[in-house]
Design a protein around this ligand. Structure first.
Ligand code: ATP
Length: 201
């Protein structure tokens, strides 16, 4: 039986905070493998700032190429509909019936999980790994788990430290500020963005 983590997101673009989430949860929750899964966004919703699925997938592949236990998956992108986490987890459980699933989220997502579609199914199929987005949020995450999610049947591992303070929004907003991005983006992702002229305003 393997312990499989799933990190879903828009990854527009993937940044070093995401990479640290992968490394940190691998280590702390002793995961054997982590599936990085960009969500599908319909072409008509792609704005200047939301680049197409293929680019987001390619950037994830570049950023994860040296993380031996990370697999980038086009599973949700291939489904082409609105991706519901409970449905993705049901399909993954069919694919990996004997393995244990862990769904990795940042603090912002953890604090709203109860309002996602069919949260009980999510909680039945996967243990949630929550990662604070700043050190202050551990107490808030613990409270939210005790008061709201645990009574709904959720199992959660709340990691105690935050990872790099960065968001994809910050990266997009500072795309021309190479110095600001140096430690926040994988060099190959940065080069890919430049070569393909992404996020230009
Ligand atoms: P955006 O700024 O475009 O909203 P984002 O940086 O939040 O993007 P997503 O692709 O939406 O990135 O995030 C995927 C997952 O990673 C989510 O669960 C989100 O909470 C989490 N996450 C992203 N960045 C961090 C971070 N620096 N620390 C902890 N969690 C993070």
């Amino acid at each position: 039986m393997s312990r499989i983590g799933i990190l879903g997101g828009t990854f527009n673009p993937i940044h070093n905070g995401h990479k640290q989430m992968i490394e940190y949860s691998h280590k702390e929750a002793k995961l054997d493998k982590i599936i990085v899964m960009p969500t599908f966004v319909p072409p008509h919703k792609e704005s200047l700032n939301l680049v197409c699925c293929e680019h987001r997938l390619n950037m994830c592949r570049l950023a994860c190429s040296e993380i031996s236990y990370a697999d980038v998956s086009d599973f949700e992108i291939k489904l082409e509909g609105k991706s519901y986490t409970y449905r993705t987890l049901e399909l993954l459980k069919e694919k990996y019936p004997n393995d244990e699933l862990f769904f990795i989220v940042g603090a912002d997502m953890f604090l709203s999980l109860e309002s996602w579609r069919n949260p009980e199914i999510i909680f039945k199929l996967a243990t949630i790994i929550a990662i604070p987005r700043d050190d202050d949020s551990v107490a808030e995450l613990t409270r939210h788990y005790d008061d709201i999610l645990k009574p709904m049947g959720a199992k959660a591992i709340i990691l105690q430290k935050s990872v790099l303070t960065v968001s994809s929004t910050y990266v997009r907003d500072n795309i021309n500020n190479h110095d600001a991005l140096a430690n926040l983006l994988d060099k190959r992702v940065f080069d890919y963005i430049k070569e393909n002229n992404l996020y230009r305003v």
